[in-house]
Write a protein that binds this ligand. Structure first.
Ligand SMILES: Cc1cc2nc3c(=O)[nH]c(=O)nc-3n(C[C@H](O)[C@H](O)[C@H](O)COP(=O)(O)OP(=O)(O)OC[C@H]3O[C@@H](n4cnc5c(N)ncnc54)[C@H](O)[C@@H]3O)c2cc1C
Length: 455
């Protein structure tokens, strides 16, 4: 080691001298055009494209995370980039149990980077601003990137416009004070605080019209909040205002739970189409009557996430109005007008004249992701993909002590339907008898699902 390399006061001074020199040089450097390359803007190229074909996945939720991992397993020659706005994954499935402390926050949250490194896809935390399909380019807050294949898994948005028109003040007040907590966000924490702080009174819950994200989960939420009120001896009452004419799915199982476990805590009101909601004076008018409330969980109608709209993926009905959901080929899940853009998960639109939409469930998003990864892998290998159909399985807890679940299963096949020829057909089996074995299966299901995304 030479004297100059040895650490010591002289070298620190020298380093200080160097620093001073750099500081002196700074004004000269700052005259150079541009910023440091890691400070990016939407107009920069985020990732230059190399020789490998690139799949960009928009949305790192249940669909996107599975798609990224599966693509790397099935087609390692592809470059895979996953874009997601949230720094941490927060699971909506199992979150009703978290609301009443059956599971803790660690159970629902996962970090993104270890799994992306393990499977060799790139995870970038950024807001996706636009999808320029004509240029095969995604624009994000951190720059833009080109794709060969695009997978959109943006989840849902709340259509507050259906209730409030252009009244943004009322929409924002409703979202902030009485959040639905149906997208992974701060809303869940606000809702949890509100129900744990509830001192008694009327809690009103509206259910969106179909198609909606996870149709049985609002009933599960009502049961578990009622269980909390009962256990903590809070004089709270829950009114479920359902747009539908009856509880679906697992209707009998939930009805029994309401009547046998929560007779004093839950009132179920069908056909309660929302006509007017006043978040300031805490009043709601519906087709089934008017109600005052102390707190509310207001689920505005659901639609495909904003990104599906920005990508021009949302279909139109025969009158030319947006359907609210992505217009996909029912079997192959690519956009009807763009074979290189796939949509998976909740944003998927009409797929069958028999049952209309796949259940908007994490389980289905998981299956869609695997299916679409297989389709893309087949295509890059020069083979014509054969269609694959998903399945769906869902467990719902109706009481937390003792823990008891009910469940529903859906299966799909292609077959003839009325005069429509061959279409996708659905069979549904409700398991209405609440019992502890289903709780065991529920947690096993969640473990498998989390492992698919993060292990
Ligand atoms: C209370 C509740 C309970 C549920 N229980 C179950 C259950 O028991 N079983 C089940 O199967 N399903 C359940 N679900 C449904 C499940 O959560 C969804 O079906 C699933 O998350 C859909 O996956 P997805 O990938 O389509 O959307 P998401 O998982 O919501 O992922 C979409 C992602 O895209 C990101 N994103 C969107 N726009 C942008 C943008 N512009 N820029 C960057 N990122 C963006 C979002 O941040 C999000 O992470 C439940 C849902 C709720 C709310």
């Amino acid at each position: 080691m030479t004297d100059d390399m040895r650490p010591g006061r002289r070298n620190f001074l020298a380093a200080g001298g160097g620093l001073a020199a750099a500081t002196l040089a700074a004004p000269v450097l700052s005259q150079q055009p541009g910023s440091p390359f890691l400070i990016t803007s939407a107009t920069d190229v985020l990732l230059p494209k190399g020789k490998a074909q690139r799949v960009v996945i928009c949305g790192g939720g249940w669909g996107g995370l599975n798609a990224a991992k599966q693509l790397r397993l099935l087609a390692p020659q592809l470059e895979v980039v996953l874009l997601e706005r949230n720094p941490v994954f927060f699971s909506c499935p199992m979150s009703n149990k978290w609301l009443v402390d059956v599971v803790d926050t660690n159970y629902l949250t996962h970090e993104y980077l270890a799994v992306s490194e393990k499977y060799g896809y790139r995870f970038i935390q950024t807001e996706i601003l636009a999808v320029e399909r004509d240029r095969k380019r995604v624009v994000t807050a951190a720059g833009s990137l080109d794709y060969d294949f695009l997978i959109l898994s943006p989840g849902i948005r709340y259509n507050y416009e259906a209730w409030f028109g252009n009244d943004r003040r009322a929409a924002e007040a409703t979202r902030a004070r009485f959040p639905a907590a149906y997208v992974p966000s701060a809303e869940h924490f606000r809702l949890k605080q509100a129900i744990h702080d509830f001192k008694g009174g009327e809690l009103v819950m509206t259910l969106p019209p179909p198609p909606q994200r996870c149709p049985p989960s609002p009933y599960e939420r009502a049961c578990l909040i009622a269980w909390l009120f009962k256990t903590k001896k809070i004089k709270g009452h829950i009114t479920i205002l359902d747009h539908k004419d009856a509880i679906r799915p697992i209707g009998y199982g939930f009805k029994q739970a309401f009547e046998e476990l929560y007779k004093d805590q839950i009132t179920y009101v069908p056909n309660a189409h929302v006509k007017e909601l006043d978040p300031f004076n805490k009043r709601i008018k519906t087709a089934a009557g008017d109600f005052n409330f102390d707190h509310g969980i207001f689920m505005a109608p659901h639609q495909a996430g904003d990104l599906a709209w920005k990508a021009g993926a949302v279909g139109r009905n025969p009158e030319g109005k947006p359907t609210g959901w992505a217009a996909v080929d029912p079997l192959f899940l690519h956009l009807k007008d763009d074979k290189d853009v796939y949509v998976i998960g909740d944003a998927v639109g009409l797929v069958s004249p028999q049952f209309l939409f796949y259940p908007k469930a994490g389980h289905v998003a998981n299956r869609h992701a695997k299916i679409v990864a297989k389709y893309i892998a087949e295509r890059v290998a020069g083979r014509e993909p054969k269609y694959i159909l998903p399945d769906n399985l869902c467990y719902m807890m109706v009481t937390a002590d003792p823990q008891l679940d009910i469940a529903v299963q859906f299966d799909y096949k292609v077959g003839p339907f009325q005069d429509k020829g061959d279409v996708i057909l659905q069979t549904q089996i409700d398991d209405n008898e609440r019992r502890p074995e289903l709780v065991h299966e529920d947690f096993g299901w969640a473990k498998n699902m989390y492992e698919d995304m993060f292990a």
